[in-house]
Design a protein around this ligand. Structure first.
Ligand SMILES: CC(=O)N[C@H]1[C@H]([C@H](O)[C@H](O)CO)O[C@](OP(=O)(O)OC[C@H]2O[C@@H](n3ccc(N)nc3=O)[C@H](O)[C@@H]2O)(C(=O)O)C[C@@H]1O
Ligand SMILES: CO[C@@H]1[C@H](O)[C@@H](O)[C@H](O[C@H]2[C@H](O)[C@@H](NC(C)=O)[C@H](OCc3ccccc3)O[C@@H]2CO)O[C@@H]1CO
Length: 310
């Protein structure tokens, strides 16, 4: 027979154990009982089903990056010229695709469920301390010249893809030089292909984004006219384009650093890394209030989740 005092001792020990487990789990840096890294639950195909509701009649068969085989023997017909299609640029593309790659890296390809985060360049990331959370995603998509060095605590240090175009390609290659980062060209005009042909030095890391995503963002998210006058007056921002791409590539899509100040807020800086205001964007061909509505719609229907405020 176990005596009453023994039972009491056992009960006390059990209580201490429960408190230790609770304390350990509630701390991020669990030291009594190491717990597996906390990751967002990921449902395979979730972003795909939300995207088809959002975009309607929408083909998931499109490749993310342009492929040589689609221009080599049979020239894939495209309804639009750049930036919504490749009509008229086929021969130039053939030359560029012959010296670049179109594959998705094996470590992303092989994932059963792809957790992605699109990091916008917005000021809301400043002092957000989101760095560790951002680094936990399988795919981190960054935009233009947004720096990582010096801002790791707020924006993380992992970069799986950087979407850029010639005018935005002024990130410091000595600092932002992670060899695992794909450099994804967003082509807006034929000159962009000439440019990339000239500057290519590390061919293996360059990809050319399928203009299909620009078309979908412009048409389905912003309802912009698809008929092309000589000059396109309005187009999606690179951030909205990246969200559209992520909904195609990933199973889970989160965003951070999106949202511009109100138009009357003339002093508020727009970026987390420099002091420019909304004024600098005048004439850049983006309708940020229309984009805010599109992002709100996607948040409301649960297609994306926001890590910062909006
Ligand atoms: C002066 C100008 O033309 N600025 C444009 C700049 C500029 O060309 C590059 O930074 C290169 O220097 O690029 C843009 O955008 P930018 O590089 O500023 O920002 C990238 C994306 O982050 C989202 N963003 C940014 C700031 C903010 N306060 N809220 C946000 O939601 C947007 O989705 C944005 O796309 C661009 O490419 O879209 C759009 C900007 O209009
Ligand atoms: C995502 O868009 C990027 C950036 O945010 C825009 O500001 C920028 O817009 C420029 C646009 O691309 C230029 N269009 C072409 C076809 O080059 C436009 O050029 C105006 C122009 C053209 C020819 C003669 C006179 C004026 O200028 C826009 C503002 O700079 O586009 C970026 C992506 O390329």
């Amino acid at each position: 027979m176990v005596s009453k005092s023994r039972w009491k001792l056992l009960a006390m020990l059990a209580l201490v154990l429960v408190v230790m487990v609770w304390y350990s789990i509630s701390r991020e840096d669990s030291f009594y009982f190491p717990i597996p890294e906390k990751k967002e639950p990921c449902l395979q195909g979730e972003a795909e089903s939300k995207a088809s509701k959002l975009f309607g009649n929408y083909s998931r068969d499109q490749p993310i990056f342009l492929r040589l085989e689609d221009y080599f023997w049979v020239k894939t017909p495209s309804a639009y010229e750049l930036p919504y299609g490749t009509k008229g640029s086929e021969d130039l593309l053939l030359r560029v695709l012959a010296i670049t790659s179109s594959s998705i890296p094996k470590n992303i390809q092989s994932l059963r469920c792809r957790r992605c985060v699109v990091v916008g360049n917005g000021h809301r990331l400043r002092n957000s301390s989101l760095g560790d959370a951002i680094n936990k995603y399988d795919v981190v998509i960054r935009l233009n010249n947004a720096p990582v060095a010096g801002y790791e605590g707020d924006v993380g240090s992992k970069t799986t893809m950087r979407l850029f175009y010639p005018e935005s390609a002024h990130f410091d290659p000595k600092v932002e030089n992670n060899p695992d980062t794909l450099l994804v060209l967003v082509a807006f005009k034929a000159m962009d292909f000439h440019w990339i042909e000239t500057i290519l030095s590390d061919k293996k890391r360059i990809r050319i984004l399928n203009p299909f995503f620009m078309e979908i963002a412009a048409d389905k998210l912003l309802s912009l006219p698809m008929q092309q006058p000589r000059k396109i007056k309005q187009k999606p921002t690179t951030g909205l384009l990246a969200i559209t791409l992520a909904l195609h590539l990933c199973d889970l899509v989160h965003i951070a650093g999106f949202g511009y100040p109100d138009a009357y807020n003339k002093k508020q800086t727009i970026h987390y890394y420099e002091q420019i205001t909304l004024k600098s964007m005048a004439g850049s061909g983006h309708n940020v209030s229309q984009e805010a509505l599109a992002i709100k719609r996607m948040l409301e229907m649960g297609a994306i989740k926001n890590l910062t405020s909006f």
